[in-house]
Design a protein around this ligand. Structure first.
Ligand SMILES: Nc1ncnc2c1ncn2[C@@H]1O[C@H](COP(=O)(O)OP(=O)(O)OP(=O)(O)O)[C@@H](O)[C@H]1O
Ligand SMILES: [Mg+2]
Length: 521
């Protein structure tokens, strides 16, 4: 094989290699150095560079340089020169490739670059980089003074490389513009989604106190990420409401929100409730059943009262969080599940970890993003908002028009202690609406003794209370007493309906019916 055809083979191979690289890469910063390094080798040049036109300053600069001498390359990289001068300037102006055998003696030659690098340019070839907007720059290769000339084939080769580089530069610029646009759009969508979330998901959450604004902003962040959220707060502070709000504002909003009260399920049932079971796994398992994790697939599972999770269950839960898979009771094969986990507790979980009631590894998995809800005490300024909000909802629930609340009564709400937090306040408002009649303004007579501080006996017997409250109607008096009694039992038992039903000697469903009737929750 002749030397010429060997050389051609080498060049074809190079063109092939470079065109693959063009196809694969959109990052200018990766591609151009590859191209000029290769062309320098193939053209047997001392240096090869890309000059780009900075239209604002009408200057040529060297974003990419390959040189046998790294020192020269680095000097040239910082170099800029007027685009109207030099051989590069000529190519920019004419849009034609150029071959000179002794650049230094060419009248068009600008020796500023040589002076900057100390190199003495001899033979030089240049090819324009064309973009849709015009000539974007120049690809060039140089040999030292006294070295043999570049051939016509060398120039053709350079022109071919230049057209590839041009396309890449053009693509990279389009790509960058697209990416900028996309980032802009993404930010816009994020903001709009958060706005919508605030309107839809967070809207039912009352609160403008600083402590709550902080909570809203944490909720927004949590909604935008799949991270495991732990909502901490005393009873009645709105933990479940916050969990639902995050779900509704998240990308999983169209999926299910499945709430599991870890304290309400006996230990023996919890595992099969959460993970499901296979037929025959235990007595009574007459068929395969899916668990709550699978029911929440694509959505969110809310593990309420996570502090009550028995130690025996904790490794199994940890496994789900780590591996994203569950093993149904009576099965050995894990199944993948895609759920977002939000948990809530009114206990101090760190203390639970200290005292070995909760595994530390589980705690860290659950508490990826903790949100601490303030007590009602810490957001007293929101109390009038809460009262107005619950008056509206209770009135709507009873289908009864309520004409607001007397200032004196509202003041009692603001001043009271609320150990049961928002839930307790809500119960009080709902109770007052249950006792009010169509068109009433809520006043002291609708409030519980706990708020009015009325002396013992004033409310303790329905007959006495009946004279200063709801009138002489026996049914109303009985309802008043019943509502108050149920509420105090519920309060005492932390709102646990099953336990309250037991304490009251009622079935759970009967209690729920009465709670509905009196708007107690
Ligand atoms: N910021 C709020 N705006 C409107 N309603 C609220 C707010 N916070 C709580 N509530 C209402 O108070 C009641 C209790 O809220 P929630 O059930 O979310 O509390 P919790 O923290 O889960 O309590 P617990 O620990 O006792 O389960 C619910 O009826 C809820 O709608
Ligand atoms: Mg709750």
């Amino acid at each position: 094989m002749s030397r010429q055809s060997l050389e051609n083979d080498g060049r074809l191979a190079l063109l092939y290699e470079v065109s693959l690289a063009f196809a694969a890469r959109t990052e200018l910063a990766e591609l151009i150095p590859l191209v000029i390094t290769k062309s320098r080798e193939v053209l047997d040049a001392a240096g090869s560079s890309v000059m780009l036109l900075d239209e604002n300053r009408n200057e040529l600069y060297f974003p990419f340089v390959a040189d046998s001498d790294p020192e020269t390359a680095s000097r040239l990289s910082g170099h800029r020169m007027p685009a109207s001068q030099g051989l590069g300037g000529d190519v920019i102006r004419t849009g034609e490739p150029l071959r000179v055998s002794d650049a230094s003696s060419d009248p068009r030659f600008d020796d500023a670059a040589d002076r900057a690098t100390g190199f003495k340019t001899g033979p030089m070839i240049l090819a324009p980089l064309r973009s849709r907007q015009g000539i974007a720059g120049v690809l060039s290769a140089v040999r030292a003074m006294g070295a043999p000339d570049f051939s016509d084939d060398d120039l053709k080769m350079l022109v071919a490389m230049a057209s590839g580089v041009s396309v890449t530069i053009e693509n990279a610029r389009l790509y960058e513009a697209l990416r900028d646009r996309e980032e802009g759009l993404r930010a816009e969508v994020g903001a709009l989604r958060r706005d919508a979330a605030r309107r839809d998901g967070f809207d039912e959450i009352v609160g403008s106190a600083p402590a709550m604004r902080e909570v809203f902003s944490l909720m927004e962040s949590a909604a935008g990420s799949p991270i495991a959220v732990l909502v901490e707060g005393e009873t009645g502070t709105g933990k479940e409401l916050v969990a639902r709000g995050i779900h509704k504002a998240s990308a999983r909003a169209s999926g299910a929100f499945v709430a599991v009260n870890c304290a309400a399920l006996p230990e023996s049932l919890l595992e099969s409730e959460l993970f499901g079971h296979r037929k025959g796994a235990f007595t009574g398992a007459t068929q395969d059943r899916k668990g709550l994790f699978e029911a929440a697939a694509g959505g969110t599972i809310f593990l309420d009262e996570i502090g009550e999770m028995p130690l025996s269950m904790q490794p199994k839960l940890l496994r789900v969080l780590q591996e994203n898979e569950i093993v149904p009771v009576g099965d050995t094969r894990p199944r993948p599940v895609d759920v977002r986990v939000i948990s809530a507790t009114n206990r101090d979980l760190e203390a639970e970890v200290e005292s070995d009631r909760m595994r530390a590894d589980l705690y860290y998995r659950l508490a990826g993003f903790p949100i601490q809800l303030p007590n009602l005490e810490e957001r007293r300024e929101d109390i009038p908002h809460f009262v107005a909000h619950f008056l509206d909802s209770a009135a709507a629930g009873h289908g009864r028009r309520i004409d607001g609340i007397e200032a004196e009564a509202l003041q009692l709400f603001v001043d009271a202690q609320w150990p049961g937090n928002v839930r307790q306040l809500q119960n009080e408002v709902e109770r007052s609406v249950a006792l009010a009649r169509e068109g009433d303004v809520i006043g002291l007579r609708h409030l519980s003794r706990r708020l009015t501080g009325a002396g013992a006996g004033a409310e303790s017997s329905p007959s006495v209370r009946a004279t200063d409250g709801p009138g002489h109607d026996l049914r109303e008096a009985r309802a008043l007493f019943e509502a108050r009694h149920i509420r105090s039992v519920l309060d005492a038992l932390g709102g646990n309906v099953s336990r309250a039903a037991e304490a009251l000697g009622l079935s759970r469903s009967m209690l729920q019916k009465k709670m509905k009737e009196y708007s107690l929750r």
